[in-house]
Ligand binder design. Structure first.
Ligand SMILES: [Ca+2]
Ligand SMILES: [Ca+2]
Length: 367
């Protein structure tokens, strides 16, 4: 800040390029507190302030740094094991989702945990960041930042919780950004190890993230489709498949381009090498040949055709997880393969059939 002389009713500013200035008549007013995160459950959730004043940081190694795009991010330095926490207030009893962008070096566990007052601690962790964020509309595209999310429950009569971000010590830097806490709800497990009916997705696509079909930093043609019968359903104006199979929402891929459409990540669905899993879902699919279900182990893929299915059809796949296991869907034909080359997926369940190969498992219904 400096004073400018007024000469014959004019001021002259020696200005630098790409630098904003404010000229005031008299003393500059004190900056007002922007109340970062106002109206949300988390104060300064995106670290816009540039510091950790809204967070409790007892250890060392946690700082806010500015990335090449000018975004402030929470950074956890190599060789440290910092803990950054915040008390959430004003919650109401029920289920919430807490989530954050995370990128972490392989083998360095980074954890998002929430402990509701009087309730059960819930946590999720990432210990690898194997997938580039290819979402064109994401300000994290081109990085390996992906969301990790955990559901927690505020008990009756309580309204507070403690949210904690922490990293195990290890080489390489952890980056976190955009902490989000919103009301949510669980898909009933009905005896399954994992279940997703897409009825309470607060952001993203359940356990799936965009795989990059169509190229780098592009906008996928996959989204959460909402039922608006009859217009969204098969038979309306020549529609071949239902946009929504069960409930009010399904995951719909519309005439996707070639490539991996979506896949799970360890932080969204943690599969353990050597254990056998049965994946089951309902789907509709406009044509034969366009989409394949993929079981991955690192960069190795085993695929199974998803056939034409113009009414709700059950698909089941049982596999033994390899290292860095995941599953998803790949479009294997060109962008213009068919009009309405649409794949709709819903009512996903996963059963953990235990250690060992599938053929040694006596679990009923496996296959
Ligand atoms: Ca930020
Ligand atoms: Ca559904």
């Amino acid at each position: 800040m400096r004073n400018l002389p007024v000469t014959r009713g004019q001021v002259t500013l020696d200005a630098a390029a790409k630098t904003p200035y404010i000229v005031t008549d008299g003393p500059a007013p004190a900056p007002t507190d922007p109340h970062w995160g106002e109206g949300a459950a988390v104060k300064d959730p995106s670290f816009h302030s540039g510091d950790l004043a809204s967070w409790s940081v007892p250890g060392t190694g946690a700082t806010v740094t500015r990335n090449a795009r000018g975004q402030n991010e929470l950074t956890m330095a190599a060789g440290a094991s910092p803990t950054v926490s915040q008390r959430l207030t004003g919650l109401i009893p029920g289920t919430y989702a807490a989530s954050v962008w995370v990128t972490t070096p392989t083998g360095r566990a980074t954890t998002l945990a929430v402990t509701p007052t009087g309730g059960a601690r819930a946590s999720v962790y990432a210990d690898s960041s194997p997938l580039t964020n290819n979402l064109g509309g994401s300000d994290k595209n081109g990085t390996t930042s992906q969301r990790m999310k955990v559901l927690f429950d505020v008990p009756a009569g309580r309204d507070t919780a403690t949210l904690t971000l922490s990293a195990a010590t290890g080489p390489g830097t952890v980056r976190l950004d955009d902490v989000r806490v919103v009301r949510s709800a669980r898909t009933p497990l009905d005896g399954h190890w994992f279940a997703e009916d897409f009825e309470n997705v607060d952001a993203g696509w359940g356990p799936f993230v965009f795989g990059g079909a169509g190229g780098w930093a592009t906008d996928p043609r996959t989204h959460m489709a909402q039922r608006n019968a009859p217009y969204t359903q098969a038979g309306w104006n020549g529609k071949l498949v239902d946009d929504v199979i069960g409930g009010q929402n399904s995951l719909k891929s519309h005439e996707e381009r070639p490539g991996l459409v979506y896949r799970t990540l360890p932080q969204t669905l943690r599969l353990t090498a050597g254990r056998t899993y049965r994946v089951n879902f309902r789907h509709e699919n406009g044509f034969d040949g366009d989409y394949r279900f993929v079981v991955g182990s690192g960069a190795t893929e085993t695929t199974t055709a998803l056939g034409r299915a113009r009414t709700p059809t059950t698909f089941t796949k049982t596999f033994t997880a390899g290292a860095d296991a995941w599953f998803g869907v790949r479009k294997v034909t060109p962008e213009d393969s068919h009009d309405q080359a649409d794949l709709v997926l819903d009512d996903l369940t996963v059963d953990d059939l235990g250690a060992g190969a599938a053929k040694n498992c006596s679990c009923p219904g496996s296959g």
